[in-house]
Design a protein around this ligand. Structure first.
Ligand SMILES: [Zn+2]
Length: 374
């Protein structure tokens, strides 16, 4: 193995791409005023990420992990029986809208089980030491799903189920979840709000989705003050804002928490080309963020990181951002240039702006105040 390189698990299946999100016009169901089109959450971003990995020099350096369906028992660690019954019912009826802007096909619940089960397999492989870290290129995504809520294209809470699995099956206690998807990580926040042993951190565009979620003042339940850190960043945030948020908030918070494992909700919709987010990140920024987390993981938990794929809707650009993260995880060069790089890094206002630092300061102040009050 090359010096500094790591064994990275890779979970992917073509069947993930067969989850059918219908002929929406981006977010809207066809109607007399909406021409049928393509749902914004479709298979293309995922399939092209996989394809770019395949044609890169990294293809031979990841360890394939085959997903398996998660069982009812595993899903019920977080979801309610009513949630599972609802998904089954919509799929048995041939598909349709299962929740907020979330269309499913007849096979979608079975495919979602496989996505969640892929995360559990990745967790097993990392904790048992068969790989150092793992990336789960799963679909449907999961970070918006709550115990009894289908929303934001998410059916099952893949990452939350992974955390529960690591704790209940493998006996881990202190786990951190970092969500860099441009939308708020409401699933993990809700799941662990009252749990001081799970640190949830979400960086997102201020009040994008879900509406009115993700405020910096939400710091954890009464028994877990400080265990939830929301970093709502202004639209237009770029490289400087995200790197400052990592340097000033995410890394120090993780170092203070000292996790036994880190989960990442890896969405690429804060990238500059995304049609839903309004941020300006390049593949280099995702590489930077991944490196920050890998360093903390090396320091505290033998490098144990599991990343679950979340949003990211630019079919052209997601693959390059994803590959940059896999480069960081494997410690290897993919041998592929990001053709968008120069275009994006030269955008105006990529540097940290005063109003972005003010948003970061509000988070720092809130959490320092909480610490001072203890
Ligand atoms: Zn998203």
């Amino acid at each position: 193995m090359a010096k500094g390189s790591k064994r990275t698990g890779w979970v992917y299946s073509e069947i993930f791409n067969w989850h059918d999100t219908g002929r929406y016009n981006m977010l809207w169901a066809p109607s007399l005023s909406v021409q049928p089109g393509q749902h914004v959450e479709n298979e293309e971003t995922k399939r092209r990420f996989y394809n770019l990995l395949e044609v890169s020099q990294l293809a031979e350096h990841v360890t394939r992990i085959r997903p398996r369906p998660a069982t009812d028992k595993e899903l019920l660690r977080f979801h309610t029986p009513a949630h599972l019954a609802h998904l089954q019912q919509v799929c048995d009826a041939g598909g349709g809208e299962a929740g907020g802007k979330t269309h499913v096909g007849a096979a979608s619940f079975d495919i979602a089980r496989l996505a969640a089960g892929g995360v559990l397999e990745a967790v097993d492989a990392v904790i048992e030491g068969r790989v150092d870290n793992a990336y789960v290129l799963c679909r449907p995504p999961g970070h918006h799903a709550e115990a009894e809520l289908v929303t934001g294209f998410c059916l099952l809470a893949n990452g939350v189920l992974g955390v529960k699995h690591a704790r209940e099956v493998h006996g881990l206690k202190r786990i951190a979840v970092v969500d860099w998807d441009v939308h708020h990580g409401n699933g993990a926040e809700t799941a662990f709000l009252d749990d001081p042993d799970v640190l949830t951190i979400s960086l997102h565009q201020d009040n994008l989705f879900p509406p009115d979620r993700g405020g910096f003042e939400v710091v954890g339940g009464s028994c877990a003050q400080g265990s939830n850190i929301n970093v709502p960043l202004p639209p237009g945030s770029g490289s400087g804002a995200y790197r400052a948020a990592f340097d000033q908030i995410v890394v120090p918070a993780l170092e203070q928490f000292a996790p036994e494992m880190i989960f990442v909700a890896s969405g690429f919709d804060a990238a500059a080309m995304d049609p839903l987010g309004h941020m300006m990140l390049s593949s280099e920024d995702f590489h930077y963020m991944a490196e920050c987390l890998l360093k903390v993981a090396d320091q505290f938990c033998a490098g144990r990181i599991v990343m679950t794929h979340e949003g990211g809707y630019s079919a052209g650009y997601v693959p390059y951002c994803g590959l940059a993260v896999i480069e960081a995880m494997t410690g290897r060069n993919a041998g592929i240039e990001d053709p968008f790089r120069d275009y994006i890094v030269n955008y105006g206002a990529q540097d940290l702006q005063p109003h972005q630092q003010a948003a970061i300061d509000a988070v720092l102040l809130t959490h320092q105040l909480k610490q001072a009050a203890e």
